[in-house]
Design a protein. Structure first.
Length: 334
């Protein structure tokens, strides 16, 4: 006896069988579609602007080159208004003078420095400042910067001393693009220099520099690369025809701690030096230090005692030459 079509539509599919629609629904529920990995598309026409060539190793130098001093130092800065400020600095310590025997001779010195700072900012964020310093021994120095636009700025720095060999002047012209930085340098003693840094990828920048010193008939060419990530890891490499190779790496371990390393090789003198340093930021103080393969250990502490008041401690131990430096100081003013 046959089954009528009307009866089949009421009863549905026979027991143990699924319709086409039910089979597709069950298959979609039990079998997961494999995820297709996606790759971020890099727009090489919208690369970030790199740092300036002279700031290629700024993160490493902050940890490896603290401003260590010997003796006592006192700095005071007073803001007269939002644009103009005065500074006073007193230093009492010693300077190292090499001797024929190879031992370092310490000569006590005491200096006073007076400074004036004029800092303004344009409507579009252009920096314009003029900074001057005068020391009690007769030396004077000054720096100025004038930003014409976001892509062009001029800088001038000069130092005048009683000895002609210590008097210097240097003029810089900085050019900036969307993904590159360039600089032209002109100085006394027939010094001419140029450098360029270009972003190749979002994390890699490459460039080079060249200089000519006419008074000594010397020239040099260098090449550099910098790899930086958003997490704070920065690696740099510099090589020059003068015989120097420099490698640095900075690893940001946390928001408060950073580790740095530097390798310097002079293949003309067949000398190499490796340096390891740290930079630790606390709520009220900052601690920086380094140690190198020459046996030099240094540490620099800045502790904020109050708003605008900072206590300084400095130490540098050179075990190979038995040269030890200790200093403390105070800085008042922001």
């Amino acid at each position: 006896m046959g089954v009528s079509p009307s009866h089949m539509s009421t009863v549905g599919s026979p027991v143990g069988f699924l319709s086409c629609e039910e089979a597709e629904a069950e298959a979609g529920a039990t079998i997961a579609t494999p995820a297709v990995p996606t790759t971020a598309i890099v727009d090489y026409m919208e690369l970030p602007r790199p740092v300036k060539y002279e700031e290629l190793q700024k993160e490493a130098m902050m940890s490896l080159k603290p401003e260590c001093f010997e003796g006592f130092r006192f700095d005071f800065m007073k803001h007269l208004n939002q644009k103009f400020s005065l500074s006073h600095s007193v230093y009492m310590g010693s300077v190292d003078v090499p001797s024929q025997s190879g031992q370092t001779v310490k000569v006590p010195v005491g200096t006073y420095e007076f400074g004036a700072n004029l800092i303004t900012q344009g409507d579009k964020g252009e920096h314009r400042w003029l900074i001057g310093r005068m020391l009690s021994d007769g030396r004077m120095s000054g720096r100025c910067r004038y930003d014409v636009s976001d892509a062009l700025s001029f800088k001038l720095q000069a130092q005048l001393a009683q000895e002609a060999m210590y008097s210097q002047i240097m003029a810089d012209v900085d050019l900036q693009g969307t993904d590159w930085n360039a600089q032209v340098k002109l100085g006394n003693n027939e010094f001419y220099g140029v450098n360029y840094l270009q972003s190749v990828t979002p994390t890699l920048a490459m460039g080079g520099e060249a200089f000519w010193l006419g008074s000594q008939r010397k020239s040099g060419v260098g090449f550099a690369a910098r790899h930086s990530e958003s997490a704070g890891h920065v690696a740099t490499c510099q090589v020059a025809t003068t015989g120097l190779l420099s490698l640095t790496y900075v690893h940001k371990a946390s928001e408060k701690a950073a580790l740095a390393s530097d390798f310097m090789w002079n293949w003309n003198a067949r000398e190499a030096t490796a340096t390891f340093g740290y930079d630790y930021m606390l709520r009220q103080c900052r601690l920086r230090g380094r140690v190198d393969t020459n046996g030099v250990v240094a540490c620099f502490l800045e502790e904020k005692l109050n708003v605008g008041v900072t206590f300084l401690l400095s130490a540098e131990l050179d075990h190979s030459s038995k040269n030890y430096k200790f200093g403390f100081g105070m800085s008042i003013g922001e």
